[in-house]
Design a protein around this ligand. Structure first.
Ligand SMILES: Nc1ncnc2c1ncn2[C@@H]1O[C@H](COP(=O)(O)OP(=O)(O)O)[C@@H](O)[C@H]1O
Ligand SMILES: CC(=O)N[C@@H](CCC(=O)OP(=O)(O)O)C(=O)O
Length: 309
């Protein structure tokens, strides 16, 4: 843990001490959808993941409708390493050939998705809260098209297309299945979605999980989207954590090269989701104990809040 980061008890890490303090916040989210993007780096060890699952169950029992979209980038890289395949990234997106696609789907839809759904079901056993593991392939949930990126050659100044292979971006989310699951009056289901999509021609694509979370949040009309990662928030040029930013400030961080790598799709997703009607997006450290509860139910919140200016 960074020494400059707030700890429980510090002013920046306040928690509600009484139900009366938490109640106004609990009421804000009553029956509202909150999309939680659970990043591969935030998953940490199984104790952290089980704590995450317990907090998701608690949210459901408090009347919130959590929808989990997960990543698994480090887990895919570990599996590719075992097979002796090196990954290349362009703007935080994994260049995905046919073999990489197969491994990515196996890890995301097979291993990580089922593990998270299982942990939620285990944590919710006594309360009948159940995780339901899906990918964008189920019930036509996520339609995508191939992602196109270009790069300017520094010598000739000519734009060249960079072929990312089977990397897609959402063109359509069919939210009916998810909406049906979360609206059930008799069952407490928590959808858990792996970031795999299908193009109109039936080809399977690997999609950045932040991007999927944003598209799902927009389609469901979510009140909040939480992007859980492994940093306490978004850092500015001087390395300080920015508590709150507008869309143009988020864009400037990308344009100025202050946000790099995996932070680029996160900020792009946050901006797109807010434009789509999501009230606010928060980028926060998912390894912190009860990070989601602190964000949703306390005055100070956690991480970096992105909202319309
Ligand atoms: N300005 C920035 N502020 C915070 N993190 C940044 C910034 N620019 C780049 N990053 C990097 O973005 C990473 C988070 O993205 P990523 O590794 O894709 O996480 P996840 O697997 O949770 O989606 C951080 O660990 C950090 O290294
Ligand atoms: C196209 C692309 O980059 N897909 C990602 C999908 C997983 C992901 O986004 O995982 P995190 O959220 O843990 O980074 C990948 O292959 O790593």
């Amino acid at each position: 843990m960074d020494d400059t980061e707030p700890r429980p008890g510090d002013p920046g890490w306040a928690t509600a001490r009484t139900l009366a303090e938490a109640l106004p916040y609990i009421q804000i989210y009553d029956r509202e959808t909150v999309v939680i993007k659970y990043g591969g780096h935030a998953m940490g060890d199984s104790a952290v993941a089980k704590q995450f699952a317990a907090d998701v169950v608690l949210l459901k029992l408090m009347g919130v409708n959590p929808v989990v979209v997960h990543g698994g980038g480090p887990q895919i890289s570990a599996m590719l390493d075992k097979a002796g395949v090196k990954s290349a990234f362009v703007d935080g997106l994994r260049v995905t050939d046919a073999d990489t696609m197969q491994v990515a789907e196996m890890v995301l839809s097979g291993a990580v998705n089922k593990e998270i759904a299982h942990w939620i079901t285990m944590a919710g056993k006594e309360a009948d809260v159940r995780g339901v593991g899906l990918s964008g392939k189920d019930a036509g949930l996520l339609t995508v098209e191939k992602t196109r990126r270009t790069r300017r050659d520094p010598d000739s100044m000519i734009e060249h297309e960079v072929d990312l292979g089977f990397v897609g971006e959402p063109t359509k989310v069919d939210p009916k299945l998810i909406a049906g699951l979360i609206a059930s009056e008799t069952e407490d289901w928590v959808p858990v979605i792996a970031p795999i999509g299908v193009a109109e021609d039936g080809q399977t694509y690997n999609v950045n999980a932040d991007t999927v979370a944003g598209a799902v949040a927009g389609a469901l009309g979510a009140k909040r989207m939480l992007l859980l990662t492994d940093v306490p928030g978004v850092r500015g040029a001087d390395g300080e954590i920015i508590r709150q930013m507008t869309l143009s400030e988020a864009q400037a961080l990308i344009d100025d090269g202050v946000a790099t790598g995996g932070m680029i799709p996160k900020l792009e997703t946050a901006m797109a989701a807010v434009r789509d009607g999501v009230e606010a997006v928060v980028i926060l450290d998912g390894r912190r104990p009860h990070a989601m509860l602190v964000e949703l139910f306390t005055e100070h919140g956690a991480g970096t809040l992105v909202q319309a200016g």
